[in-house]
Design a protein around this ligand. Structure first.
Ligand code: SF4
Length: 434
């Protein structure tokens, strides 16, 4: 197996790199150069027959991830398949299968068969769940079993994995010395790994044997996403010493992984106030040598439960604007319950809108769709306008449910339609036509 990164370093332009250049409207050499530098990753495990090609990183459209998966309370494989399909229909770019209950091999394989999106996971979930089932004690997790399980999951066709390599004894010491936190620990896999290390008084095997992790990922050309186990779960914990310790380690590991030829990205940062998002992105980019940054939101406010998809969308617009490359969606059920199909749709839509807004600022020369939409709106060409909208189905449904008498306008202003009046007044002066 030669990875996309190793191919690029040898100057080999793969079919995936070509596809990405076409999708993004960029030069093939740009893609080749940035894959070679580790600034663009392509999750494309060749064990998966039908898979959408997606590029994540410098110069590319910011991508959206949707996460699905069972919990011990709601464990319905049919529902997870429906959620996977809904995420793809709503144009998510990648999917994470994060089941923590049920027959996890079966769920993973069924989900992989139900979607063409590149699929990732967090291998620690299954590892701890099965260890608890067998020994009634997560501290009994055998690192050899964990590595075997990761290999089995990769062989099934996963194209990226969030692996908590950056939690080490040094980072845990920072948590203790700073007097723990306001928002506790927010990562399921990360917290169980911290417990394992604490009870066994051992170093994290994923950190200790990082080269083994990279070799495994390379064997399937899967992207190693360096998990953010000590991410902030409250804005008051943002950039505390524990989070920064893990971020420094993850960025260091990103460099080592890249040198080994393993496609690597870094995860972060959880809850972050709006004014700290730019700095957070700058730190990750600077310390990792521009490794793609996979952000969870971030959520810039702790009091929006029920509307956390909107809180996170505000954070996501900002993170995309300052350089985040892949944004994990947050649904309206965040912090409250396992998302249902409606939540998945809302989460993907909110995040797509957020990263569009971010990308308009990140790439000011890529605003043509907005211009075309504005001209169609000005000219009241409603059908043309629909073609440029992110969510034409919603727009058309709302307009037709409250249809105007005068077809050109809408029921917002009716006879006082400013668009219509403006066109009557300035029609002969218009320079920019469609
Ligand atoms: S009625 Fe008002 S909202 Fe509707 S198209 Fe005219 S100006 Fe726009």
């Amino acid at each position: 197996m030669i990875t996309q990164l190793e191919s690029a370093r040898q100057g080999i332009l793969t079919s995936e790199m070509k596809a990405i250049a076409g999708q993004e409207g960029l030069d093939e050499t740009f893609i080749l150069d940035h894959v070679a530098k580790g600034e663009i990753v392509i999750p494309c495990n060749p064990n998966r027959k039908y898979q959408k090609t997606v590029g994540i990183g410098t110069g590319l459209r910011t991508k959206v991830n949707a996460s699905i998966g069972t919990s011990s309370d709601i464990c319905d494989i049919g529902l997870e398949v429906e959620k996977a399909r809904a995420a793809e229909e709503e144009c998510a770019d990648t999917l994470m299968e994060l089941s923590a209950a049920g027959d996890m091999d079966k769920i993973r394989r069924t989900v992989l068969d139900s979607t063409n999106l590149p699929v990732g996971n967090v291998p620690l979930y299954q590892a701890f769940k099965e260890t608890i089932q067998k020994h009634r004690n997560p501290a009994k997790l055998d690192p050899e079993y964990l590595f075997d399980l990761m290999e089995q999951q990769l062989a099934d066709g996963l194209s990226f994995m969030a692996i908590h390599c950056g939690i080490n004894q040094y980072a845990i010491d920072r948590l203790r010395k700073q007097g723990f936190r306001y928002g506790g620990l927010a990562s399921k896999g990360g917290t169980f790994m911290v417990a394992w290390m604490d009870i066994n008084q051992r170093e994290n095997p994923l950190y200790e044997q990082f080269d083994r992790v990279c070799r495994l990922m390379k064997k399937y050309d899967a992207v190693l996403s360096l998990g953010n186990g000590i991410r902030a779960g409250a804005i008051h914990d943002s950039h505390d010493r524990a989070q920064m310790a893990e971020m420094i380690i993850n960025c260091e590991l990103a460099e080592i992984g890249r040198e080994m030829g393993c496609q690597t990205m870094v995860e972060g940062p959880g809850h972050v106030p709006l004014d700290e998002i730019e700095g957070n992105i700058m730190l990750e980019k600077r310390m990792s040598g521009n490794a793609p940054y996979y952000v969870l939101g971030p959520i810039p406010c702790d009091t929006g439960a029920g509307y956390d998809h909107i809180s996170a969308a505000i954070g996501a617009a900002s993170s995309a604007r300052f350089g985040a490359d892949l944004v994990c969606y947050i649904t309206p059920a965040e912090h409250l319950a396992l998302p249902d199909v409606h939540d998945v749709r809302e989460g993907v839509r909110a995040t797509r809108l957020a990263v569009r807004i971010g990308d308009l600022a990140k790439y000011p020369d890529r605003r043509d769709t907005e211009k075309q939409a504005a001209l169609a709106r000005r000219d009241m060409r409603w059908e043309d306008l629909s073609r440029h909208l992110l969510f034409p189905d919603i727009a058309e449904a709302v307009r037709s449910a409250r249809a105007p008498e005068e077809k050109q306008t809408c029921t917002m202003c009716g006879d006082f339609c400013a668009m219509k009046k403006g066109m009557e007044l300035f029609e002969t002066d218009i320079k920019e036509k469609r």
